[in-house]
Each structure stands twice: as structure tokens, then as C-alpha cells.
Ligand binder design. Structure first.
Ligand code: SAM
Length: 234
């Protein structure tokens, strides 16, 4: 790893709101307004955030489909002296979103990386769930195929802390059913929906209770699941 040069630019990792725009930090606003370009997943989504901030900046798309090709190009731009702000559509870049490859490339070339922390759905759900926070495991999205998802849940069945999962609205019912099947109907969990948004809600109970409650409620929106350790009840 090289030490880096003074003339090189900096990569800012900028967390953006997961719903409530007031959660954008003053440092995030500063990084977005002072950088040369914003590296983002979806230019339309980030464009709306920039409109809200009355900012105009060049945007470079960086998403799953092009991140391998773009990573060395962006690292070259940084070495040419550009200051880049990496954002994702929501929350912390690199957390179940593109970012890791670019940060790794920067670290290996000795390019400065500055985190600008802020909202993240996993930590927000965990902290508000009432489930143990002293030790937790973040699994991101479970594998799409049931066999892979089952294997992962089975592997972590006896983990002694909380388990945090992301899930899309399209798969949430299937995933809850799989949790019930794999970890048993009595496993306690919290289904956090639409965090920081108008219809924020937390369903708490055993997985069979939460499945019942979620059938009665809306299945629209974004969901984060926090699963308690074996034998845990509130
Ligand atoms: N990078 C983001 C972060 O730091 O939280 C996560 C991005 S991941 C592609 C998107 C997933 O995060 C959603 O499918 C959902 O599981 C979770 N998520 C994002 N926003 C949320 C919200 N407002 N409420 C609940 N879960 C949310």
C-alpha cells in the first residue's frame, strides 16, 4: 500500500436519509456541496436529494452492474485530484449497497477515505427494537433461493445476540414463513417498517404473531427484521 500524495483527492462516504430528509447531517450537506462529483446508484434518486438541497453537481452512476468497471476509473479520478462523494439511494453507502469495491481500491492505492456517518436502516431498527443490542449479527439480504436462505438461518440459529436482516416488500411474507419454519414459531422478532417515514411501525412478537399481524397491516414499504436470540422474550 502506498502512502498517497498530497495532490490526490479524497473519497467521502456520505450517508443519506432512509426516509426523513431532515436526517441529512450538516457534514453530509457540506461534503455534497464541496465535492467535484457525486458517485451514486441512481441519478434520479440522488437528483431529488440534490434538488431538495438546491445543489447542482455532476453525477456518476455507480451500481451493481457497472461497479467493477467503474472502480479503477474512479480511483484514477481521485488520484488526479478529484474530490468524490459516494452516496447510495438511501442510508450508508457500502452497506448492502455498492461501495466496498471502491473503498478497497482506495485503501490499496493509499487514497484518503473520509466517512461522513449518518442514517442506516439496520442500526436504526436494532436500536429501536427492544431486542438485545450488546451483540448482533448483520446478515443483509438472505440468499434469494429458499435453500440458501434456510441454510443461513440454520447456521446462525444459536447465535447469542440479535440478527438483523434486510428484506424487500415482495419477499417479506416468504421470509417470515421461512424464519418460522427454520427457527420455530416462538422465535421473538421485531419487524420494523418504513423507518423515519410517515407510516413508521414496529411489529413485535413471536414470528407466528408477527406473521398474523403483518397480514392484517400493509405489506407496502421497506422492511428491516431484527430476530432475537433463542428463548428471548420482551
Ligand atoms: N445502505 C442502506 C442502509 O444503510 O440502510 C441499505 C440499502 S438496502 C439496498 C435497502 C434495504 O434496507 C431495504 O430493502 C430495507 O430492507 C432496508 N431499509 C431501507 N430503508 C428502510 C426504511 N426506511 N425502513 C425499513 N427498512 C429500510
Amino acid at each position: 500500500m502506498s502512502a498517497g500524495e498530497d495532490s490526490w483527492g479524497t473519497l467521502f462516504l456520505v450517508a443519506t436519509p432512509i426516509g426523513n430528509l431532515s436526517d441529512l447531517s450538516a457534514r453530509a450537506r457540506e461534503a455534497l456541496s464541496s465535492c467535484d462529483s457525486i458517485v451514486c446508484e441512481d441519478t434520479r434518486v440522488t437528483g431529488k436529494l440534490l434538488d431538495h438541497l438546491s445543489l447542482r453537481k455532476p453525477m456518476v452512476s455507480y451500481r451493481e452492474e457497472n461497479e467493477r468497471k467503474r472502480t479503477p476509473e474512479l480511483a484514477n479520478d481521485l488520484q488526479q485530484g478529484q474530490a468524490l462523494a459516494l452516496v447510495s439511494d438511501a442510508g450508508y453507502p457500502g452497506i448492502s449497497d455498492p461501495g466496498f469495491r471502491l473503498v478497497r481500491e482506495c485503501r490499496s492505492r493509499g487514497i484518503r477515505v473520509v466517512p461522513v456517518p449518518g442514517p442506516n436502516a439496520a442500526i436504526t431498527a436494532l436500536a429501536a427494537s427492544g431486542l438485545p443490542t450488546h451483540q448482533f449479527l448483520f446478515l443483509g439480504f438472505l440468499p434469494k433461493k429458499s435453500a440458501g436462505a434456510r441454510k443461513s438461518l440454520d447456521h446462525w440459529r444459536e447465535f447469542e445476540g440479535s440478527i438483523v436482516l434486510y428484506e424487500s416488500r415482495y419477499r417479506i411474507e416468504k421470509t417470515l414463513a421461512l424464519i418460522e419454519e427454520t427457527l420455530g414459531p416462538e422465535r421473538f422478532l421485531c419487524l420494523a417498517r418504513e423507518l423515519t417515514k410517515l407510516h413508521e411501525s414496529f411489529l413485535l412478537g413471536t414470528v407466528s404473531e408477527v406473521r398474523e399481524l403483518s397480514r392484517e397491516g400493509s405489506s407496502k414499504g421497506e422492511f428491516t427484521l431484527v430476530i432475537g436470540p433463542q428463548g428471548y422474550v420482551l
